[in-house]
Write a protein that binds this ligand. Structure first.
Ligand SMILES: [Zn+2]
Length: 231
């Protein structure tokens, strides 16, 4: 069942399950859900009181996940529409021609095509190609920096994820959302540094945070920018 507490100005919803365990367990999942497992017969008021006490910890855990809020406004891929690339706004310029191409020119993303139905595909392919090039290049430099800790990701891949900018598996594989190519370089670095720190500390503990702050002192600024980016 879903229960709710209010902590300051925040509402915390949590999924409550009763089980045979002896003490209360709280987990925050990467999509920011709060799961609570409580011993059978614990009164709900007692559970809520414990959650209230743990609220600062819950909020802190939630704030560390690299949550991706996809833009809800539908892109139409028509001339004049703005699209983000590397933190900057560009306008689409559609040119009818036989040789298809997508190019950055001044403040425009210039798309040449013989068929208007193909604009979305061409633009999406262009984003993905650039994401591969740039995200890997930025990643490579940062991976080099982390070698002083004797860690290295087993691989770095791009994969569309509905709710996250990046993740790091238990086996050390770093997954980046190709949508990151729309963000400024600092935001991209922040996501990659965050995931590289997970090679050393798997949870969002204080040690994790200290390491992240050491590798990127102003990470909060970039995190905030990233959260506003596609919201
Ligand atoms: Zn994390």
């Amino acid at each position: 069942m879903i229960e709710t507490i209010i902590f300051g100005t925040k509402q915390i919803d949590f999924l409550l399950e009763f089980s045979g365990r002896k003490s209360l367990g709280i987990t925050v999942t990467p999509d920011l859900a709060v799961l609570v497992k409580a011993p059978v017969d614990t009164p709900i008021e007692k559970i809520k009181e414990k959650i209230r006490k743990k609220a600062p910890w819950i909020i802190r855990q939630q704030s560390f996940f690299l949550v991706f809020h996809p833009k809800m406004t539908e892109r139409k891929y028509v001339g004049g529409e703005t699209h983000l690339y590397f933190g900057r706004q560009y306008r689409l310029k559609i040119i009818m021609g036989d040789v298809e191409s997508v190019k950055l020119k001044g403040k425009f993303i210039e798309v040449t095509t013989f068929d208007k139905e193909r604009i979305k595909q061409l633009v999406d392919d262009w984003y993905l190609q650039n994401a591969k090039k740039k995200l890997y290049a930025i990643g490579l430099e940062l991976i080099e920096k982390f070698k002083k800790y004797n860690v290295e990701p087993t691989s770095v891949i791009l994969r569309e994820m509905p709710t996250r900018w990046g993740s790091c598996t238990a086996k050390g594989k770093i997954i980046l959302n190709p949508e990151l190519i729309k963000a400024p370089k600092g935001c991209i670095e922040y996501v990659i540094i965050h995931e590289l720190c997970h090679l050393i500390h798997h949870d969002h503990t204080q040690k994790f945070l200290d390491l992240q702050s050491m590798e990127m002192p102003y990470w909060e600024k970039w995190k905030m920018k990233l959260e506003k980016l596609l919201a």
